[in-house]
Write a protein of this length. Structure first.
Lengths: 344, 344
DNA sequence: CTGTTAGCGCTTTCAG
DNA sequence: CTGAAAGCGCTAACAG
């Protein structure tokens, strides 16, 4: 292995000078500079960051504990993280926890052993993870992506879910819809539901409990929801689904019941999964700024790492989402009244 | 920061003993063992691997340079890599090169600086990457996934493309098809094309040049290919597409031309992308064993790292693929002859 | 602007 | 079975 000492010897300078050349701290004369450069070139020297970290206390490594890499969402965030970490001169240590809190904990410990300078975390909240983060936070800067600890000890990157829901529902309102259903999970505290309520309230419309159907956030649940809604005496003309899986289930049910989307009912999803653009019809949905979230996470972390005040209070960055209008929504005036003829 | 020295002091033993306890090298008496364990526990000590690497020459880090994380393929491989690296006690340093050779090179250099013990690489072949790998190989074990260097200096993990193509075409043959088209790229040396040829030859069938259409490996190209094939005086009754994007384009074109899949023409793809299971009809396709490939890559690397003969010749692991039969293929006997009635 | 010199935290002989 | 001590490769004062 070629070391800084070898470089120094070959360049005819001292190790200190080589170190100054590498780190950029302190002055190095032009003559030395040139000799060192050519020695490095000739020897193929690559500085050993692990050795450097012993003195500097930082490794230039960022840790990323991700909930599930096979999810295109987190994969895109990971990609963005990799890119921005690189741009800031950091390497990225990645661990896919596969939604297993135990693996997350193990990963965090291993990352500490490897001396990561900071941590970015996205797994779902769990008691043990929460505790581990709280234990680690005092000595390790952490930013959570869409993850909240109690108490809040990490920086945080989220997207504006409530605003996204509002824009989805407002889109439907602008199309002339008035009976708009919400299909989501039982968590009525979610930003998606709150946005739905808020948009309706803004338009002076009441929330009809009949139009709010709760279930799992998956396709089957969306399918069932549409059937339930069709059975209503006064079915909705539009549906806001809490995620794309649900929306896709709704569309599938509509197909199977001979209900046209968006001809007879408009559907908006949330997330903009890959499938959304390829469904029939293509799904109008709300897209999260995944790449921007990755970038924000890295920048939050790097600024804390390099900034003067590593111990400033935890920050939260809320990024705007974007309504992607595709083919599953249409004007209410064009909606055929077939539904009321008692389909099901 | 709590160090091994702190642990030693608190446990009333020497640093050497603590080190032996941690690494598992050398004997440690039960008494010492217990005292050290409780000291570590009480202090929350986490060994500093960077410091250890200074002596041991390995960091316990594996590097992974991936072509494009946003591709579900590589994401799944990355996930598998993370999992198996963890199981073998390694951390994973990840860099998404976004198909940019320049970024790959930078990533490799950075990983060397961080002292990764080995490298797993998947980016597309390029002159510069090839050179960089060849330069690095003598001092750093490397395994390529589906990536070949010239000369071959790395271990290699691939899937049996030719066998996959053969099984796809044999599936079609078993369904009674005889006029089977190949739609792929111009690379006739590809395993997919060779498998197509081989399966036909095995069945004693000639390769009709008219049925081989080349183009890009994307949707638009598949779309165009189907139109060209329909224009033939004697169109095929089945098509083997070199990848799913092409197959999906073919199916889309069929829809638009009123040709039923698989009623009038059967289609097989390759890759089993997410969309494949959700197309209409769901696509019969060949799936690569992505998780197994990730596992094989890690195991190849780890065995070289920990095995006696780090300098044994480069190895190649070829994993079997799997034909996933879905709805886009059907028996030829049930194929309506509509095609020959001169559609379009 | 540059050389010298302590360590950083840990592993590894080498005695005992 | 265990302590002492010599580094690993590099950085960071500190003189000069």
């Amino acid at each position: 292995m070629v070391t800084a000492y070898d470089v120094a010897k070959r360049a005819g300078v001292s190790m200190g000078t080589v170190s100054r050349y590498i780190t950029g701290n302190g002055y190095v004369g032009d003559a030395s500079r040139a000799k060192i450069a050519s020695a490095i070139e000739a020897l193929g020297y690559i500085p050993n960051r692990a050795a450097a970290s012993l003195t500097t206390k930082n490794t230039g490594l960022l840790g990323f504990v991700v909930s599930d890499l096979r999810n295109p969402f987190t994969a895109e965030i990971a990609s963005s993280l990799s890119q921005h970490a690189r741009m800031h001169g950091y390497g990225l240590v990645l661990s896919d926890s596969m939604n297993d809190p135990g693996i997350s904990l193990e990963a965090i410990e291993r990352m500490r052993a490897h001396g990561v300078d900071g941590l970015i975390v996205t797994p779902p909240e769990s008691r043990s993870l929460n505790d581990a983060l709280i234990a680690a936070a005092p000595t390790l800067p952490i930013v959570g992506i869409g993850l909240r600890t109690t108490p809040q000890v990490t920086d945080l990157v989220t997207s504006d879910t409530r605003a996204g829901a509002i824009s989805a529902v407002e889109h439907l309102l602008e199309l002339g819809h008035r009976r708009i259903s919400y299909v989501g999970s039982s968590s009525m505290a979610s930003g998606r539901y709150r946005g739905y309520e808020a948009a309706l309230a803004l338009a002076g419309l009441p929330t009809d409990p009949e139009l709010v159907v709760v279930g799992e956030l998956n396709r089957a649940s969306g399918f069932a929801a549409l059937e339930a809604l069709l059975a209503l005496s006064d079915p909705p003309t539009a549906i806001f689904a809490a995620n794309d899986a649900v929306a896709l289930g709704i569309i599938q049910a509509a197909h199977e019941h001979g209900v046209s989307v968006p001809g007879q009912i408009s559907v908006v999803g949330y997330d903009d999964v890959d499938l959304a653009a390829h469904s029939v019809p293509p799904l109008t949905t709300v897209a999260q700024p995944l790449a921007a979230m990755g970038q924000a996470a890295v920048e939050l972390l790097v600024s804390r790492l390099q900034g003067a005040d590593r111990h400033r209070a935890s920050e939260e960055v809320v990024l705007p989402v974007r309504l992607v209008i595709r083919g599953s929504t249409a004007s209410h005036t064009q909606t055929s009244p077939l539904l009321r003829k008692g389909i099901r």
